[in-house]
Design a protein around this ligand. Structure first.
Ligand code: CU
Length: 169
């Protein structure tokens, strides 16, 4: 499910991609082999019902794991979403079986990529410069808590900070 305004918002985020500049974030660890790197969310306009959260999920363990979903005080629901393009129309759906995090691999949740975390039923806007507490549920690693830094609307995220490195989409 994706609304027109949500689409426009995504398009705006992409269009203003060049405006970003943020330092990197410390990693969040656990003793289960799952490490969450560079978590971030773009700020949301007032009244927005949804927000996205992005990060890299590394599995340093010896067995596959699954990201099942999450929870956050700021949202009624936190789901793993997959994006797909069909006939020029982008859509997304919740992964009811979760997202596989293969052993020894990193799965990137990022804008314009396959997967993201979707916070829906937002109780308040995500404000630039604040942090959003979020708990992710993994099938094997259990619950991992992470504080998600909120970056300005249109940001590409903490990874897109290399000077002179610019993507042209
Ligand atoms: Cu989504």
């Amino acid at each position: 499910m994706i609304t027109k305004s949500r689409m426009a918002w995504i398009a705006a985020s992409v269009a203003f991609a060049a405006l970003c500049c943020q330092a990197g974030w410390a990693e969040t660890g656990s003793d289960t082999g799952i490490i969450l790197e560079h978590p971030w969310s773009p700020a949301t306009p007032n009244g927005a019902a949804t927000a996205a959260a992005y990060m890299s999920i590394e599995n340093h363990g010896r067995s596959d794991d699954r990201l099942l979903g999450g929870s956050a005080p700021v949202a009624a629901k936190v789901e793993v979403h997959a994006m797909s393009m069909a006939n020029g129309i982008m859509s997304m759906r919740a992964l009811s079986d979760g997202l596989k995090i293969p052993a020894g691999m990193t799965v990137n949740l990022e804008p314009n990529a396959n997967y993201h975390l979707m916070l829906s039923g937002l109780k308040s806007a995500l404000k630039d410069g604040t942090k959003v507490p979020l708990t992710l549920h993994f099938a094997k690693a259990g619950d991992i808590h992470v504080e998600i830094p909120v970056l300005p609307i249109g940001s590409r995220g903490p990874a897109a900070t290399v000077p002179g490195h610019m993507d042209h989409h």
